[in-house]
Design a protein around this ligand. Structure first.
Ligand SMILES: Cc1ncc(COP(=O)(O)O)c(C=O)c1O
Length: 468
């Protein structure tokens, strides 16, 4: 018996629901507790299958109170993304078509959409066009892939055959990475067999940029294969490393240069912001997200590697039952550590096509302009300290009455709570450079300067009240 057509209507039901859900004012904060969510989703697995429409109704009822409004303009807590409606529609098609995008022959359409989307990304980012691109689940996995290629290649340069001998008898590779790097890079290094003793942590300046002089000194004091990991768009400050300095050192030491550019790489799409990334094109690999500035629905990141052979040596899965693609076609297994996988290329292709080159530029510039507006709104307010140079879409704030660090940390936490209280905004704090800071990430698809001005007015009002 065919499970399609949609006899009891779950697909039609979801299509109708989707239109109203995204059109309404979406709650930013979940309202249900963990216990309530467990109860809502809980109960025993039914012996008999339930009617599909009922299942979908139940799912919506159980999930809604536990959803976070990260697609909304009031969401400033993390650099996430809004899942562009065209991307979402393409994502539905991906599931409806039920394709396994592991290799070309499983889904020629998925392989080709992915190939074209990856080429568009290289073009948009103006990175070496012969680079290979893995379409990943996110930036963490993209970093893992870039670093896996790096590990393989620097060992090959040291005459060690990683494919044959693995890491066991390999020369020690040293990874040079900022003291303030994103945690996902350390996780990726751990997955790849590196421990703390293999990792040289390089001090940073106050914006979180690696200090090239310290990098040079530390690289000069170590023999053996080397990998440098730089950052484009620091998670808190949005700062960019000095890529020419990093690339010069990489060239001098025969090192591989990987750049974690989860969101900062997209600055290249704006003529106003591109200079921040100068020299980044000299790197060997880059990891970036699709769900952040492109707003591709989640499950979208790009691992870009200049040396395709190194990329493929690190990733390829081959077996006689997995045919090669035709001609120079693409098996996703060449570039990712997965075999069976979602056809990520459809949503990436559709979102990029819906935005176009101008759309991506406009998004980046709008968010950066909004960040400047917020900085200007707050700059004259006594006690609100802007801790970063606002170069991108990020602000880092501290709320300080001049009564010492502990008090400032307490006030910053209190401000987070006060801002969240009416449910109109979603903020989070972090600990950065030894103090509690309020992070402001401006990335939502629909954020306008008015949203930011309104939020700034609220912040100033609350700050005044807190000091009264
Ligand atoms: C600088 C940086 N690197 C890496 C990541 C990890 O990306 P993902 O969450 O997509 O794996 C993030 C996420 O915010 C980030 O900001």
């Amino acid at each position: 018996m065919s499970t399609f057509p949609d006899t009891d209507g779950p697909l039609a039901k979801v299509a109708a629901y989707a239109a109203t859900y995204r059109a309404q004012k979406i709650q930013l904060h979940p309202t249900a507790t963990l216990t309530e969510l467990r109860q809502a989703f809980g109960g025993d697995l039914p012996d008999q299958g339930q009617p599909a429409a009922q299942v979908i109704d139940d799912l919506i009822r159980a999930a809604e109170p536990g959803l976070v409004g990260n697609t909304q303009p009031g969401f400033y807590a993390w650099v996430m993304g809004s899942s562009h409606p065209t991307g979402v529609a393409a994502d539905w098609l991906t599931s409806i078509w039920g394709q396994n995008a592991g290799i070309y022959q499983c889904s020629p359409a998925a392989a080709t959409a992915e190939e074209v989307a990856c080429n568009w990304v290289l073009d948009l980012l103006d990175l070496p066009r012969k680079s290979s691109v893995g379409l990943t689940i996110g930036a963490t996995m993209a970093g893992f892939i870039g670093l896996a290629a790096a590990r393989d290649e620097v060992l090959q340069r040291a005459s060690h055959d990683f494919a044959e001998d693995g890491l066991q008898a390999a020369p020690i590779i040293t990874i040079f990475i900022s003291e303030d790097t994103h945690a996902s890079n350390l996780a990726a290094l751990r997955y790849l067999g590196f421990g703390n003793r293999n990792i040289a942590r390089i001090p940073t300046d106050i914006q979180g940029r690696m200090l090239p002089e310290d990098l040079a000194t530390q690289m000069g004091s170590v023999d053996g294969p080397k990998i440098i990991v730089g950052t484009a768009g620091h998670i808190n400050s949005g700062a960019f490393d000095d890529f020419h300095a990093l690339a010069d050192l990489a060239a001098q030491h025969g090192a591989w240069l990987h750049i974690d550019a989860a969101f900062g790489l997209w600055a290249r799409c704006s003529p106003k912001k591109r200079a921040l990334t100068d020299g980044i094109e000299r790197a060997d690999s880059w990891s970036t997200d699709g769900h952040k500035w492109l707003h591709i629905p989640f499950d979208a990141g790009f691992a870009i590697v200049k040396d395709t052979a190194a990329h493929r040596r690190a990733m390829d899965i081959t077996a006689s039952y997995l045919p090669a693609p035709p001609g120079d076609g693409r098996n996703a297994t060449h570039f990712n550590p997965e075999l069976s996988r979602r056809g990520r290329g459809f949503a990436a292709w559709a979102t990029l096509r819906a935005l176009g080159r101008d759309g991506v530029r406009a998004l980046v510039e709008n968010h950066c302009d909004c960040a400047q507006i917020l900085a200007q709104e707050l700059q004259e307010v006594p006690g609100i300290t802007l801790l970063n140079d606002v170069v991108l879409n990020q602000l880092v704030l501290s709320f300080d009455q001049g009564r010492g660090q502990a008090d400032a940390d307490q006030m910053t936490t209190a401000m987070e709570q006060a801002l969240n209280e009416d449910g109109q905004h979603f903020f989070r704090t972090a600990t950065w450079q030894g103090r509690c800071v309020l992070r402001v990430s401006i990335i939502s698809l629909e954020t306008t300067p008015d949203h930011v001005r309104e939020m700034a007015a609220k912040m100033k009002r609350l700050w005044q009240n807190m000091q009264a």
